[in-house]
Ligand binder design. Structure first.
Ligand code: FES
Ligand code: FES
Length: 163
């Protein structure tokens, strides 16, 4: 039997009460409540399209049961930046042509943000290949994505240094 629970979830700094089944994945919940910027790909942890940040750490939302999230803050690509005030990684992906169909892009940027925060702020290509090894792209051949990560990381360091 599937139980249901009402949870208090924080998505991109907005708190909301959501009723979920105990077997519901975070990917299913987020898309159900309108966060369709979180992309649904393989639903088995292979593609990274569904990645979100939980307290700043990237997870595959298709492998995360919503009721296990607890009080951790959920950040989707829309929580990192907007069209009016883009995050440096979003700017770099756009300017360097790192997105073609764009389906993988939210997950790529979320995984990159997590890598830059938790692993290294000064990644080389090996770091990037390792950090994004759980994210698949069918369009770009990855070279432009790696270039955008290098450029975005540099912009983030410069922003930090200017504070
Ligand atoms: S949809 Fe979650 S890893 Fe592919
Ligand atoms: S840009 Fe199309 S899957 Fe990556």
């Amino acid at each position: 039997m599937t139980n249901r629970k009402t949870l208090k979830m924080t998505v991109n700094d907005t708190v909301r009460n959501v009723e979920v089944a105990t077997n519901e994945t975070l990917l299913e919940t987020l898309r159900r409540v309108g966060a369709v910027e979180v992309k649904c790909g393989c639903e088995k942890g292979d593609c990274g399209a569904c990645a979100v940040l939980l307290d700043g750490m990237a997870v595959d939302s298709c492998l995360t049961l919503t009721h296990t999230v607890g009080t951790r803050a959920i950040t989707t690509i829309k929580g990192l930046g907007t069209a009016e005030a883009p995050h440096p990684l979003q700017t770099a992906f756009a300017e360097l042509g790192a997105a073609q169909c764009g389906y993988c892009t939210p997950g790529m940027i979320i995984a990159t943000q997590s890598m830059l925060t938790h692993d290294t702020a000064t990644p080389d290509e090996n770091d990037i290949r390792h950090g994004l090894s759980g994210n698949l792209c069918r369009c770009t051949g990855y070279t432009k994505i790696y270039d955008a990560v290098l450029e975005g990381a540099k912009a983030m360091r410069e922003t930090e240094a200017a504070k």
